[in-house]
Design a protein around this ligand. Sequence first.
Ligand code: HAM
Length: 419
Amino acid sequence: MSQRFHSLRGFEDILPGASERWQQLEQRIRELMRCFAFREIRPPLVEATGLFTRSVGEGTDIVGKEMFTFTAGDESYTLRPEITASVCRALIEHGLDRAAQLRLYYVGPAFRKERPQKGRLRQFHQVGVELFGETAPGADVETIALAWELVRAAKVRQPRLTINSLGGETSRTAHRSALGEFLRARLDRLDPDSRERVDRNPLRVLDSKIESTKLATADAPSILEFLDSEERDHFAAVQAGLDQLQIPYEVDARLVRGLDYYVRTTFEIAADTGGSQNAVLGGGRYDNLLHDLGGPALAGVGFAAGIERILLASEPDPEAAPPLELFVVTLGESASRAALSLVHRLRQAGLGVLWDPAGRGLSAQLKRASRAGARFAAIVGDDELAAGQLKLKQLQTGTEEQIPLEISAVVSRLTQGKE
Ligand code: HAM
């Protein structure tokens, strides 16, 4: 027996029935991006490994253990675990920064070698935006507002927005050292994973889901107490902007993002995905990243949402299925021959049309027509051909009528009542 292959764990097929929901969501997203004046960029899926080590950060879980990396010749390649780094690389490479303000969005797959579970895949899809060249807090506000509109457009159930400020380099270093000291004094109360993180990445300890660690760190020093006055003003202005737009949010000084490039504002949107992976969207400001990657000293702010998680957290929309207007049922050889061009020309006229090229029996064809979800069946036999007519049957109601066997007549009958 020949070997049967299966998709790999964490890599999913998106089948018809589901793919229409994806298309519908993507369409809504593209419309939203147009309203917010973002333009699409499509970077490649594979980049030099160094791009991610430099941007996402050596000490992060993503770079430390989740990247799909392979070598060919002397080069090390990585399947992108996120897309911000690629967008920055492209901006620098193509000198896109000549525009005063640059607003880019993307939709596509990313790859992380995580343990697969509900809402956590090894190949998942992100839709994201990156806004460059603007340090004013208004840019953070409009980015968060777009994130909020996106989850609303996707009809995500009860989204919850959390924001934080991570400050800048000076305030972060001071906080990091105070936090390190605090954690080292409580090492015995931390879980083993967190203990290991105390020196490498102490902020991540605050993100632990382990109850005992949460308890032990409940009164850990907050980053918000370490912000300088400019950072504090920036964060206050972001909150004032969200208040003005009546976008509900919570400030959480423990909101930690799993990527190293953030400064100042960070945010996440959580929703019930039916599993433990509740973050449907995350983002923030990264004012030093372009410069760190050898590019211009240009600020950036953006976010990415996980499309699988957005779909898990929202209701399926019955409108998503594509319409099949007509199934052409043929009786006899001449009808079958005539149907070949009839079907083709109706498709050229923009109708969704299916037929049975093998010309099975009448009831078999009608069964196929309703199984395919067609609104109408057009029955063409020798009598109809001779009379230049066809029998149009509305499949839901069973109503039948005769109409001329002409493309224009069929098109106008089937598009009746539609725009
Ligand atoms: P991130 O928080 O790592 O941020 O990922 C963004 C979103 O991608 C998450 O909120 C989640 O919905 C989805 N996601 C991440 N990993 C998985 C997975 N294994 N399976 C399913 N979904 C997943 C970033 O990637 C940043 N680049 C966002 C950003 C853009 N910051 C600034 N600009």
